[in-house]
Design a protein around this ligand. Structure first.
Ligand code: NAD
Length: 370
């Protein structure tokens, strides 16, 4: 099989879907073509891909392969370069019906890796986790860079500096890594989430959990989430959470928000009143900004100062750590390929496999999701 790795062209996208490490493994069994400059931002020069066994080609060469490995969904012009019977693997936005329809119209077979179920067997190919982990780390570094004070407590001859107080809203993969990174920098950390098991995880990392007690069985049941993901909480719980968050935010120096509900707008956790009540010079990193934002004042792709608070709305923080984000993503992709390439090195679709079934968005032009 001929496997193509194009350069990513979406603005701000720095990652690449394969690295010399994964190409070496693929090239042992397949013909691998890499678009010139595909790994430019990810510390993977063409020469390294060539040394790993790939042939360097132009864009039509990479998109014209039997199987195309991408980070983001191809743009219309790129899709036009793909063969009608080609296979596409990438982060294809499974909730974007318009995009999926375009893929189906192009006649291809497409797998959206974000749609993999959260089961143990899928952990090694879980792109949401690998990228969220990096993003959570980078969120703290961006905040520390913008914050005009120290993170750790310092006792110096010139006096004592207090440790920064960090509040993490939403403690999934990104939130846990943000806690761990802030801890390494010496901050004092509090965190909030809807899901009950999170409390123990937060405390095991040395942070304090902000408990919003459940008042009804319905609240408790919704909070448990489904398939490892959160569900939208009832309005009454959200109101009680907002009151508590408002009080904690007044004391915080840095807030990182990561709360997401799959397929829906991100929940609003920080209103304008809360921003107004925060200390001047404090920082909010809204990691949910691309899904509508957890803070009402965040702006997509911008850092703004509102009521004296810096609000960072960088949509895809993993792209700011391109080499490691690509390395982990490429390993996720390689692991996924084991499910759709058989022992004879042929592409096949095993619809009995729940990971294959969940990620398959369209098959030979037939739209399976919308
Ligand atoms: P996510 O990115 O979908 O959401 C981030 C966090 O926001 C979640 O913890 C969610 O509960 C929280 N949240 C949603 N609404 C909120 C609100 N109103 N207030 C506060 N917090 C809110 O989550 P994720 O990082 O993808 O992880 C979700 C869970 O899945 C985690 O427990 C993670 O460990 C687990 N997981 C399991 C597997 C697996 O078993 N294969 C793989 C990856 C993640």
């Amino acid at each position: 099989m001929r496997i193509g790795i194009p350069a990513e062209t979406r603005p701000g996208e720095t990652r690449v879907a394969a690295t010399p490490e994964t190409v070496k493994k693929l090239a042992a069994r397949h013909e691998v073509v890499v678009q010139a400059g595909a790994g430019l931002h990810a510390a993977a020069p063409d020469a390294a891909f060539e040394a790993a066994g790939a042939v360097i080609v132009d864009a039509p060469g990479a998109f014209g392969a039997d199987m195309v490995l991408k980070v983001r969904s191809p743009a219309a012009g790129e899709l036009a370069m793909m063969r009608r019977d080609a296979v596409l693997v990438g982060m294809l936005d499974p909730f974007d019906g318009e995009n999926l329809a375009a893929l189906a119209t192009a006649g291809i077979t497409a797998f959206a890796l974000e749609a993999a179920p959260r089961i143990t067997r899928a952990q090694s190919l879980d792109v949401l986790s690998s990228q969220a982990n990096i993003a959570g780390y980078k969120a703290i570094l961006l905040a520390a860079n913008t914050y005009g004070r120290f993170m750790p407590m310092l006792m110096t001859a010139a006096g004592t500096v207090k440790a920064a107080r960090v509040l993490i809203m939403g403690v999934g993969v990104a939130g846990l890594q943000a806690i761990a990174t802030a801890k390494r920098l010496g901050a004092v950390i509090e965190a909030s989430d809807v899901r009950p098991p999170v409390k123990e995880q937060v405390e095991s990392l040395g942070a304090k959990f902000i408990d919003v007690p459940y008042e009804t069985d319905e609240e408790r049941e919704i909070a448990a989430g489904s398939g490892g993901y959160a569900r939208a909480m009832p309005a009454d719980w959200m109101r009680r959470q907002a009151q508590l968050v408002h009080e904690r935010a007044k004391l915080a120096d840095i807030i990182i928000t990561t709360a997401l509900i799959p397929g829906r707008r991100a929940p609003v956790l920080i209103g304008e009143d809360t921003v107004r009540a925060m200390k001047p010079g404090s920082v909010i990193v809204d990691m949910a900004v691309a899904q509508g934002g957890n803070c009402v004042l965040s702006e997509l792709g911008q850092t703004v100062v509102k009521h004296g608070v810096h609000i960072i709305g960088e949509p895809d923080l993993a792209t700011l750590v391109p080499a490691d984000a690509s390395a982990l993503y490429a390993r996720n992709v390689l692991d996924f390929l084991k499910l759709v390439i058989d022992a004879d090195d042929q592409f096949h679709i095993d619809r009995d496999d729940e990971i294959v079934r969940a990620t398959l968005m369209c098959s030979a032009g037939e739209l399976l999701r919308n």
